[in-house]
Every structure is written in structure tokens, then in C-alpha cells.
Design a protein around this ligand. Sequence first.
Ligand code: SIN
Length: 325
Amino acid sequence: MSGGSAANLAVELAGVRFQNPVWVASGTFGYGDDFQTIFDVSRLGAVVTKTLFLGPRDGNPPPRIAEVGGGMLNSIGLANIGWEAFRERKAPWLRQHLPPAQLVVNVAGNTAEEYREVALRVDAARAEVGAAALELNISCPNVNEGGTNIGCDLRLTREVLREVRAVTSLPLLVKLSPNNADLVPFARLAEEEGADGVSLINTLYGMTVDLHSRRPFLGHGSGGLSGPSLLPVGVFWTYKVHQAVRIPIVGIGGIARAEDALQYLMAGARAVQVGTASFLNPFASLEVIDGIARFLDRHRMDLEELIGVAHERRPQNVPAAAAAV
Ligand code: SIN
């Protein structure tokens, strides 16, 4: 329930109960504790951590962020404090203050072995840190290893998934890259290899050129595009992947308002992640929760009735257009 609403927003996904379907996306909410003075993070469906490697990483050279029309570019390069520092310095606060919101630990590595190792460590400490699920980042566009080199290659995606699935029984979500001509084979592969769900989409490759220096503005050259312009892209892939797999979808991309999240839910997502919007409006995720509750009240609907409803009134031309991709 949310702010005076009668709506039940609870949703089950990958065997885990979330009090509502609104999560905050990896890389846009720090490690969860960064927002402690801003609002009560226990109201969220889940916090997804910044991607964690086994050890700390500095990331890419600055500038790492650029505002562009329709959103922003980032090229952070997976800078993070590393798993052990997270476990020691961040997890205790989260353990105390996050429930009933869930903790989803997002991980990556330079190699399949590193993915396996970090997943193994999270699995071993799952009770201590309160990890409800793992989200595997194979789709960062800003690194040479541990990013789109894996998430745009079916063979490497399979290899990483096998390594990780073999060492953890934690619910496993795979975060897919939109920098593929078709996400369906990747979603099918994830399902085949025992993933419990897919999160989609990560950011799209992008670049902005600085007119003064006449060079790419970002220190890394290119970046990943996020923000409002990603909304129709994410909704499209949610709709299409929903037709192709049975595992649940977590919709990401351009969600700033309840109306955006509702599109994802209607297209078939069981949960959504608010990302870039939190930079502009730190309360965006809470507003999305309240807006979904109001919508359900107004239409006297259950959340379950809403999920995937767009497929019941499928326009004639969508399957053909989708099949052409
Ligand atoms: C980054 O750290 O460069 C962004 C993370 C991502 O896109 O997965």
C-alpha cells in the first residue's frame, strides 16, 4: 500500500516478494546509503547497487557525464568500491535500514572467472548483507572488458552465465544491452541458462563532440545514453521480450513519472527501475510508486491485471514490425 491508497502494490518476482514494483537502477543511487538523508529508502521496492567488482576500480577519466538533448551521457567506466568494501562499509547500514525494501546486488568482472568469483562471494554473504537477488551487468558500454563485449556476444554471455549460475542459487537477473540489433536471442539464452529474469535496457552508445576542442567531450570518448529518450526503446524491448520468454522482465529506461512506469508494466515488465530521473529529482522513485497506486485506485485494478495488459490489445502491425528486427 502507498500513501493513503488502497492499492496492493506487492509483486513476486524470481521467487522474491517486493513490496512494490519500483526499484532504483544501478549507478543512479550509489550504494543505497547515499540517499539516507533525502528520504526513507525502505519505501522502495528495491535498491540495486552500483555495479560491484571483486576489487575497487577508478573508472574512466573525466569528464564522465554530459547533458544532451533527451537525456544524458555517462562514461563512468564502472568505478566502484569493490565487493569487500561494500560488505564492510555499506551493507551494515543497508541491513538495518533497507527492509522491507529489497537489496539487489549488481556485479560484474573483467572475465567470466571474475564474474563467478564475485557472485560466489555475494552468495556466501547473502544473509549477512541481506541480498535478495543478483543482477549481472554484462552491458556497460563504457569498458573494454566486463561490458558490451560480453552483452553483445552470445557465446560470451553464455560463458558468463554458466560460470555464475554454477556458484549461486540467488535469484539471478541479467541486465541486457540495447546495443544489439535484437535482444530476444539474449533473453532466450538467459532463460535457457537458468537466469531468473532479465533487466532491460542498459544505456545506448552515444557521443557528443565539444565544438571548442573539436574532440569528443567525454574523457573516454563515447558514453551511454540514458534518460527520457530511452523510454520508447525500453518499452519496445520489454514488449518484444515478453512475447519470447517466460522469465520475468524488469523494465529500465527513461522512467521519470508513473505514466512511464505504467507503460513498462503494461508492456509486460513485472518491476521497473528508475534511473537517471533520480539525478534531476531525487524523489522521482517515490512519486512513481504513489502515481502507480493512484492509477490502480482510479481504475479499480490490481497490479497483476495491469502487467502485460498491452498484449491483449495487440495492434496488428506490431508482430510484423517486431519480427523484422
Ligand atoms: C558505467 O559505470 O560506466 C555505467 C554502468 C553501466 O552502463 O552499466
